[in-house]
Every structure is written in C-alpha cells, then in structure tokens.
Ligand binder design. Sequence first.
Ligand code: X8Z
Ligand code: ZN
Length: 508
Amino acid sequence: EALYGPEVSRQLQRLKLDLVLPAPDDKTSAKRLADLGVKMEAMYGAGEYCNDDRCYNLDEMTIIFAESRDPELLQEMWRGWRSISPPMRQLYEEQVDIANAGAQDLGFTNLSELWRSNYDMDPDVFSADVDQQWQKVKPLYDALQCHVRSELNEFYGDQVVPKAGKIPAHLLGNMWAQTWDNVYELVKPENREQSYELTQLIVESGMSEVEMVKTGEAFFSSLGFEPLPETFWQRSQFLRPRDRDVVCHASAWNIDNIDDLRIKMCIQKNAEDFQTIHHELGHNYYQRAYNQQPFVLRNSANDGFHEALGDTVALSITPSYLVQLGLLEEEPPVEEDLGYLMNMALNKIAFLPFGLLVDKWRWQVFNGEITPQDYNKGWWQLREKYQGVEAPAERTESDFDPGAKYHIPGNTPYTRYFLAFIQQFQFHKALCDEIGYQGPLHRCSIYNQPKAGEKLQAMMELGRSKPWPDAMEAMTGQRELDASAIIDYFTPLMTWLDEQNKDRQCGW
Ligand code: X8Z
Ligand code: ZN
C-alpha cells in the first residue's frame, strides 16, 4: 500500500529531477562539487582578454563582434576570449566525474539520463523527439546558412569566406555564432530592407537602461499583469558594477520564491538587450504566477517553458508596437516585411542548431562517448555538423572552447533554449488566435490584449503541478510541441531564400 498519494509522489520526484549537478552521498565529494562550480563560474565572470594595448571584457568584445567587419580584429577577439577557458578543463572533468557518481546514487545511469528525464517522458524518447524537431526546422536553417555564406563570401572574398563549406565562426556578429542578426546589413534583401533599426531607435530616444526595463514592464502590464514590486527596482542589477567582477550573463531571480523578483544584467542600449530584458522579465512574471503552488512545484511546466515566456512576449515587438510606443513614426509598408523577417531569422533560425548542440556535447561527455582527451574535438565536430561553421584558427586539446560559453561553467542545461525557440512561435500563434488576430503571424502583436494575458496566466499559474502537455494545452489547446508555427512564420522568407539560393551550391 502506498504511503502517499500521487501529489506527494510527484513532489518527491521533482526534488530528484530538479538537481542539475547532484552530489554523491558523501560530504567530501559534495563540498568539492560545490567548490568546482563556484570556481568555474568565477573564472567566467572575471574573464577578459588583454593584448599589448589594453584589456577587453565580454561586453566590449560583444560590441566589437556586433560592429566590426575587420576579420583580423575579430579573429583576435575570438581567440582572445577563448583564453579564459583552458584553466577550466581539469575542473570540468572532475565535476563531470563527481556529478555522474551523484546521478548514479539517485538511480540514473549517468548525468545525461538525469538531465533528459526532466520532461515527463522516457529520456530516450525525449532526445529522439528533439532530433525530430530539428529535422523539421533544418531546411530553414540550411537555406539561411547558404544565403549568409554567399553574401559573406561576396563581402569578404574567397580568402576569408569560402564559397562552399562552412562559415568561419568569427564573422557572424556573435562571439559564439549563436545568433546572426548583427550581420543583417551584409545579408539583407536588397530594396526590401527594413527602414528602421531598433538599436538606433533606442539610442535616439534617449531612453536609459532602467527605462528600457520600465518599457518591458509596461508591456506585461498591458496584458493585465501586476506591476513589479518596488524591491525589484531597488535590488536588481541593471549595469556592470565598476568595482568588482560579476557574471554579466543575463539572469532572473526569485529570491524568496514569492515576490522578491530581480534581474541581473549589464544592459547595453541596443535591440538585443531590449529583447533580453523581456526574456528575463518573462522569467520573473512566470515565477510570480506559480507562487501559490506547493514549494517544489514552483517551477515552469518544463525548463523550455520558462525560457519561452519572455521571448513569446518579445515576438510582439513589431513595427506597429514600436509606433504605439512612439519609437517609430509610422508603420512601414508591407514590402519591408522581408527585411524584418530576415532580421528575425538571423536571430531565431540561426540559433536552433546551436541550441541543440550544446547539450549534445554535454550528454556525450556525461555518458562517456566524448572522453576528456577529446573534449574540444567533440565540440567542434558538433559545431561543424549542426551549425556548418568552423573555427577560424587551429584548435587543439589544449583549448577548452565549450568553457568559453557561459552555460558550461555555469552548468545551465541548454536544450531548454532549443525547445523555447520553437515553442515561442507556437505560443505566439495561440495568443494571436486568442485575440482574433487575422493576418501574417509576424505582424501580430499582443500588446494591450488582456485576453492574451489571461491565457498566459492560465498556463503559468500551473507551475510544475501537472505534466507539461497539460500546461501546453491550457494555453494552446495542443498537447505537443509543434514546429509548424515557426515554419509558417518564416514561409515568406523561405520562398525568397529558395529563390536566392537556386543557383548556389548549398550544404556543407
Ligand atoms: O542564457 C540565456 C538567457 C538567460 S536565461 C539570457 N539565453 C541563451 C544564451 O544567451 O545563450 C537566451 C537565449 C539563449
Ligand atoms: Zn532565460
């Protein structure tokens, strides 16, 4: 006879599955595991690269990646940032060993199985599902990679970017080549481009960093959510402190699991950070929505839901919304939609293979398929295979390139972002249907639509109390992850890309 009912059972299961790095059942290992995590996170936070002239932190390098078109400077910064991570390699190896032992103590084969067990389904079915989703969206990525490669080849020449094969990873506007919107200018559709640039609108408006956050809050208020508590404004970090090292990678916090909500960012006045603000606020509103649940169920339906929430809202930062904000004078004509969609694709589509491969690497590291002698080689095999990008300099096993991406030293699972990037379009479509919107999906904005807010609330307040398909259903009426919305959204761009690519040799 069971000692407790299904509700308690679910909560006990949650306690196990929410562990990202479980310590084995002995004090020395537990302490060592904690120390290792702190050490690596601190190394990332203190990360900088110095040449003969000066030192650069990640914010500064981020700007260089966004703006510079000088392949040599970019290559120097690309390599420079990766000098922070070789010292992490040993520590990472040790961390994997200890956490694997911890996962085994909990009854899992290894940490890979534990991580993949967090989705209310068999872990192997889950990873197969993820691959299937990737197969559905891959044609979009392949077309985008082909077009971008060709335009970069024209701009930089054969010496820098080959006509065929992989794209050198330092030329895509981002330190990890994970999103490419910063090279929009080089790859935009001629004569159909966007007439405005959000970064420029933000800068010209004279908005401060805090005002950027206030604007994000106002969006959520327009959906019917309560304003953020006073403590949010007092206790959040919006700017990089001058007097100490901090991890500037954006994050959201829920300190008391009730209403002590905060974000921690080093905001720059640009479009990317404006979006990230909505992303982080999404975490906070979600956290507040489930604060009535029993303690261990105060979490999202699965980790992809948490990552998708704010991004879903940010999909509504459309030209018409910018007009309502007063940032843009008038709504651009439909001919500009192609430019808008290209910009979106350079962010949302370009990200997908990266979102997939980070944990492909970790799962293989955890299950022993990638051994420590091959950490870097295994990483680049995945980068090449999935993203079709290549390292712009020789890499060896004295490098540890995965460690130069925050989520590796920070031990944050990454498949959640792959899921979120697909799911946010599904959510967006469901909300646009809910408000009776008719028209192309990319022009829909849920700003000022409390009915959309109610749907979001219905999903969020469930927290983790039900299997995720129930939460999905509460908002979308569907019980499965469905890539058809992201495919629909980008259909006009796909048609255009196929046309552009018709005489090109695509693939890598
Ligand atoms: O890490 C994040 C958020 C913090 S929860 C800013 N993201 C991933 C990344 O930056 O690598 C959001 C998109 C992907
Ligand atoms: Zn997030």
